[in-house]
Design a protein around this ligand. Sequence first.
Ligand SMILES: Nc1nc2c(ncn2[C@@H]2O[C@H](COP(=O)(O)OP(=O)(O)OP(=O)(O)O)[C@@H](O)[C@H]2O)c(=O)[nH]1
Ligand SMILES: [Mg+2]
Length: 458
Amino acid sequence: MTDAMQLAVVGHTNVGKTSLLRTLTRNPRFGEVSPQHSTTRHVERISLGAGQQALLNLYDTPGLEDAMALLAYVEQLAASGRSLDGPARIEQFLTSKDAGGRFEQEAKVLRQLLKSDAALYVIDAREPVLAKYRDELTLLHLCGKPLLPVLNFTRGPDQQTALWREALARIGLHAVICFDSVSPPEDGEQGLYDSLALLRQDFRPQLLHLQDWHRQQSRQRQQAALLQIAELLVDVAAARLAVKPEQATTEQEHLQHWVRQREQACVARLLGIHAFDDSEISANDIPLQCGRWSTDLFSSEALKDAGIKLGGGAAAGAAVGLGVDVMTGGLSLGMGTLVGGLLGGTAQWSRSYGKRMLNLVQGYEELTVNDAILWVLQARQLHLLEALRKRGHAARDSIRIDLISSGENALCAPLKRARSQPSWSSLTGTSGLHESERSACVAELATVLLSRLEAARH
Ligand SMILES: Nc1nc2c(ncn2[C@@H]2O[C@H](COP(=O)(O)OP(=O)(O)OP(=O)(O)O)[C@@H](O)[C@H]2O)c(=O)[nH]1
Ligand SMILES: [Mg+2]
């Protein structure tokens, strides 16, 4: 078994060290994050690895506050004795009285760095390159460990990335990573591990392994999420309630309520798959509120958000607040077809349609969820999936979703198939929930959804 790489995360106070660790480990509950200075008071470890094997141990450290004073102190200690190299000077400081006193926080950082294989030096890229940061870097350099500067807060308008790159290059730090912990770049982790592997070739196998593991995890998350969305859509497309005309209004509300809850369950599962906690999202406004959509599914806003034009047909029906199609024997199918069907259908045909035909003949109406609503559900869930994929686990604001037109509004083949299988819906049937044709339909739909996602990404 190979040894895990030990990586310290260091830097000035309040630059986002703990936030970076939350994003790198996809753990929104790691450590404490706040806008106050000196939030992290102790070194804390968190590991990344494939299965049981830790490949990378990351160490969160307290923020450096007064590097200027500490550097002067270290220089003064060195001047009073024999000449020592950098790490020996830091060791000398760590055994001094002040390492347990006024420089206690700084001592924790330097002690951890001496024990580590390398460090990420986190920078708030909105800050100018001040003397205090140069002193921090001089002190950290004394430990003799490779430093990889990570520019955080790079998504804002007032960042000084170019100035930082220039200043870092002047002290020999040429490999610099831009990694905003709230909106990390696509493949940001891969770039970070590539740079670390250049700084520490001896840990290259662990870092390559970690990259593979990350890619695999990301594929698994996507597949699990697409299957959840496909389950939702099949469940809703297949739902079919047979009601007496006088119960139609109440049952319509019942159907809408069930669909809303079913959508919420899918949102919760997508958040879970991506390790986001819905209580963490309580500060959200638009469009997710406390993990719930703020726009009602059965509203014209939801249709517009999903890029559905409010023309005629299904979309217009959904827009006036129904979202439910009502089918009656006389309206949707000729009586002759119905009766002929009942008499002459095959066993398979009778199972799918026989009961429905009987319902219609016996004066029942059938309620189904409108095509436009299915389309809104699909668009909302796919957009949510994309937003979650790009969201850092340090993010504390609302989940923002860029709703774009989803192209054609026609139902794909697996959904059309689900339409005629009421027993596939958890609302109206239980008998068909575990049928292999249903599972095949869900899997096929997940593949269609993946191709739609990939087309939208390009
Ligand atoms: N917008 C934005 N905010 C961030 C980012 N990174 C951190 N923050 C915020 O900055 C503040 C400080 O973040 P922390 O992660 O606590 O910083 P730290 O470096 O660990 O701070 P100390 O432990 O006090 O040294 C928090 O309010 C974070 O939410 C970022 O990339 N973008
Ligand atoms: Mg911290």
